[in-house]
Ligand binder design. Structure first.
Ligand SMILES: CSC[C@H]1O[C@H](OP(=O)(O)O)[C@H](O)[C@@H]1O
Ligand SMILES: Nc1ncnc2[nH]cnc12
Length: 291
């Protein structure tokens, strides 16, 4: 299997990495079923990168049905340490206009029916999740995005993750604004949680495509609106991915961030009481903590 330390999860509008060379397609099997699609591994700006479209090519998978555990597990098993999510979002702020980019720093959970953890039975794990995005990777994305010049980039912001697939009501949209949320989407969770449990550094390029439905002088969000604004957004995001690839440290162990040690103090269960079968099932994630 080819390997890469950088993984990109493409959202709405990003189903392939056009600038990737030496491309190989890999089908990864995981204990949690098949990922959303084959993973393409190749080089971007000479740097190995893995790419997975979260809704599958052709946008076949609903936000609530994305096999997120399989996606994150598959990336981890290919050697990925850094995950960049590209996501379409609605704006809940006047100053975040459609086609702007946001590098968010917080998430608020409004999902209802999602599996949020790898760990089911036989082991109890509580990871710290106060800061859901990796500060190191977010800073790199922000600096790189700011060099784009022709696009407005917002530093930080709270992404409210709704269940979907319908967009919000106007009442919900207004409440999110009052609560201090900045952008809205349907996919950051459980992706960010599972990335944390897998000790991956996870950050997001959020592409604002619409003003959701709170804005009194703009039309309420439609898929057509999202698609029209996405093409410009995705072109910008692809440039950023190309530039950031060269800047991501080759050796993550030299970086001062907690993501890579997320399980170090999180496993509650007495090691002697974790069944051998559970240790083996999760060895990709917990193996280094079991000896
Ligand atoms: C097509 S608009 C709604 C859709 O777009 C976003 O997806 P992603 O985060 O994968 O770019 C949003 O979360 C919804 O899934
Ligand atoms: N307004 C919106 N609500 C939820 N997800 C979105 N993705 C893009 N725009 C969105």
């Amino acid at each position: 299997m080819p390997r890469a330390t950088i993984g990109v999860i493409g959202g709405s509008g990003l189903y392939r990495m056009e600038q990737m060379t030496e491309v190989e397609e890999v089908k990864v099997k995981t204990p949690f079923g098949d990922p959303s699609d084959v993973i393409t591994i190749g080089k971007v700006a000479g740097v190995p990168m893995a790419f997975l479209p979260r809704h599958g090519r052709g946008h076949r998978i609903n936000p609530s049905a994305i096999p997120v555990r399989a996606n994150i597990w598959a990336l981890k098993s290919l050697g990925v340490e850094w995950v960049i999510s590209v996501s379409a979002v609605g704006s809940l702020r006047e100053e975040i206009a459609p086609r702007d980019l946001v590098i968010p720093d917080q998430i608020f959970d409004r999902t209802k029916s999602r599996v949020n953890s790898f760990f089911e039975q036989g082991i109890v794990v509580h990871c710290t999740f106060a800061d859901p995005f990796c500060p190191t990777l977010s800073k790199l994305l922000l600096e790189t995005a700011r060099e784009q010049g022709d696009v407005k980039v917002h530093a930080g912001g709270t992404y409210v993750c709704m269940e979907g697939p319908l967009f919000s009501t106007r009442a919900e949209s207004n409440v999110y604004r009052k609560l201090g949320m900045d952008i809205i989407g349907m996919t950051a969770l459980p992706e960010a949680k599972l990335a944390r449990e897998a000790e991956l550094c996870y950050a997001m390029i959020a592409c604002a495509t619409d003003y959701d439905c709170w804005h009194t002088s703009e039309e309420s969000v439609t898929v057509e609106m999202v698609i029209n604004n996405l093409s410009a957004n995705i072109a910008n995001a692809q440039h950023i991915l190309q530039r950031v690839a060269e800047r991501i440290p080759a050796e993550r162990s030299h970086v001062n961030c907690d993501c890579q040690h997320a399980l170090a103090n999180a496993i509650m269960t007495d090691r002697a009481q974790i069944p051998q079968a559970v240790k083996e099932r999760y060895s990709l994630l917990i193996g280094k903590y079991m000896s």
